[in-house]
Design a protein. Sequence first.
Length: 334
Amino acid sequence: MRWIYCLIIAFVCSFSLCLQAQDTFSIVAMDSETGEVGSAGASCVDLSNFPSIYGDDFLGQLIPGQAAINTQAYYLPANQNNARNQIINGSSPQETIDWLIANDVQNAPQFRQYGIVALVDNVVESAGYTGASTDDYKGHLTGPGYAIQGNILLGPEILEDMEEQFLNAEGDLACKLMAALQGANVVGADTRCADNGSSSLFAFLKVAQPEDVEGQPSFLVSVSTNDGAGIEPIDSLQTLFDMEKNCLDTSTELARLSDQIKVYPNPFSDQIQFSISDPSGLQYITIYNVHGGGLMYNESIIPSSISTLDWPAGVYWVKIVTDDDIVFRKLVKP
């Protein structure tokens, strides 16, 4: 009877991606220290057959400083938009998924798959969902600050290798997401692509900083190939990635820079104070309110203190850019 249901789905979707795009393996994550949110994924879908899709990173939706959402398996934009709205309105990742299951736009949550991370009461929470009728192998893994999900997979090892690579990778969030995708760089990871000699047909990775505008992440790389071309998109994505990022371990240098910059108190009430041992390399500082307040401060010098008496309660990300690097601090005003 499932083929009858799929025909109904195809009719309702008017030939959209919801029938074809099972959208196989993906990851969402959030860095609790920097406020970065990211999404990465790949699938054995030839996007040239779907010219109405805007960009090959449509699976992931980033809400800067707050959340990342991946929506896949019989993908429907309406479900993705509903997930975003639930998060914006204050729901946790698990509450959002529970709502999506109860309010699927086609009353067919058993065919969907979700991964969500979000900042909830100053803590990053994660949740995943795999509908019982998504195609095998299917499953999801969640941990502190990340959710990994996939269907039509070669086996559970694809998700497990993604998780292992993500957790053990050096570098920032983008570096970890790229490593996670490499964990699935196996011929037939999406089993539909075995004959193509690749893991998938398209791949993407994007990361938003807390001050980014929604829909305009500051880091985005993507690759889309055609069925039969025999190209591995994750390798092509890695090439583009390496042109933009250096994932070498610079933890020692970053630690020294971090020690030079103090932002306090935390939590704060009527002011934020700064202490920088060597301000000569400073480029600028911005302070961004996660919960709708937007940009609160943007200057090329750092004063000894900033009055915050009129600032609303919420979570704030402080970004300090120097000649050598970028330092983030998360502050809370109760």
